[in-house]
Design a protein around this ligand. Structure first.
Ligand SMILES: [Zn+2]
Ligand SMILES: [Zn+2]
Length: 334
């Protein structure tokens, strides 16, 4: 029997009797990372990396039943050896490695191969079967190094200051926000929305080294925000709060800005192609490094990407899942 099967509730390991990132409630949800489409409320118990635990308590409920693992730590569940390896996607993100009677399968969750400075860097894991995302699985998606993007953002904020505009960056609160804060530290006062501040407080309490930011409160004067850099999640982008700032200039940080696709962001003043997912070369490098005999392609450009893998001699199949492909991952603002 295969080590992984795709069921109506999610990715299932029949030998271990657990699910990975299920979209319907189950007894044990092994969780790759804290984005809303990969971890849902209502499971009896969760198993995740130790830095994903504070995210689940913040976003789902304080009293969840959660067991944690560090990277490279192994446990056995019904005879299946389970361990977690860094996925480089967001803080706490993990690829799940399963081993049973010499057969190895790895479920990537979401991943990126560029080291972002805040999450533990992606580590390829050799396996027979690899389950890969393909959010940006088209050849046009090729990222520039993040330092180039950070420099573009610095220039843009500088130009906004010269024109007395308030710089507002749109970034989802788990992942992109911490990456920006870390990359732009020391350059300007950084003001963050409470959904970002809440997560940052949890991370700092868990020992993550994050630069200081200022939580946005109603008492803050607009003149202060104008002199600094404001970071808010996508749900705030078109809202009144942003419109009421002093001449706001809105910059969207998303892989989709690579082609300015999607009507959603057409009104933005600037776009910065910064993604927490692997680009086309990154996906290919990662998959080749696993040396997998079989690749299952989940969310994203599954058809194009799996077809291409087959063309270059890697047996691949697309799989229907309920994970999102929007980078903001249907984020709710707490
Ligand atoms: Zn994600
Ligand atoms: Zn995803």
């Amino acid at each position: 029997m295969a080590l992984i099967s795709f069921t109506s509730k999610g990715i299932y390991c029949p030998q271990g009797k657990f699910y990975i990132d299920p979209w319907q409630p189950v007894d044990l949800a092994v969780t790759t990372h804290g984005h809303a489409d990969h971890v849902r409320w209502g499971n009896r118990a969760y198993l995740c990396h130790k830095l994903t635990e504070p995210i689940l308590r913040q976003r789902l409920a304080e009293d969840l039943s959660i067991q944690t693992l560090g990277y490279n730590e192994e446990i056995s569940i019904n005879g299946v050896k389970l361990s977690m390896f860094p996925a480089g996607h967001v803080i706490g993100s993990a690829q799940i490695r399963l081993e049973y009677r010499g057969e190895v399968a790895v479920v990537s969750g979401d991943y990126k191969v560029e080291h972002d400075g805040v999450s533990t860097g992606f580590e390829p894991v050799k396996c027979h079967t690899f389950v890969s995302e393909s959010t940006f699985g088209l050849p046009i998606y090729k990222w520039q190094p993040q330092q180039v993007i950070f420099n573009q953002i610095r220039d843009w904020v500088g130009a906004n200051k010269d024109r007395n505009k308030t710089s507002v960056l749109i970034a989802y609160s788990l992942g992109k926000a911490q990456r920006l804060i870390n990359g732009l530290t020391g350059f300007s006062n950084i003001y963050v929305h409470s959904s970002i501040a809440n997560l940052n407080d949890r991370f700092i309490a868990a020992g993550v080294d994050l630069p200081e930011t200022i939580r946005i409160t109603p008492e803050l004067r607009k003149e202060e925000l104008q002199k600094g850099l404001v970071i808010v999640p996508p749900a705030m982008a078109d809202g009144r709060w942003v419109k009421n700032l002093i001449s706001p200039a809105v910059g969207v940080c998303s892989g989709w800005m690579r082609v300015r696709a999607g009507r959603r962001w057409r009104s933005a003043d600037a776009g910065f192609a910064l993604s927490d997912h692997a680009d086309w070369p990154g996906l290919l490098d990662a998959i080749k490094a696993t040396e997998a005999e079989k690749v299952f392609v989940t969310h994203g450009f599954t058809a194009t990407f799996s077809k291409y893998l087959n063309e270059i001699g890697i047996a691949a199949e697309e799989v229907k899942t309920q994970y999102g492909t929007e980078e903001e991952e249907s984020e709710v603002v707490e």
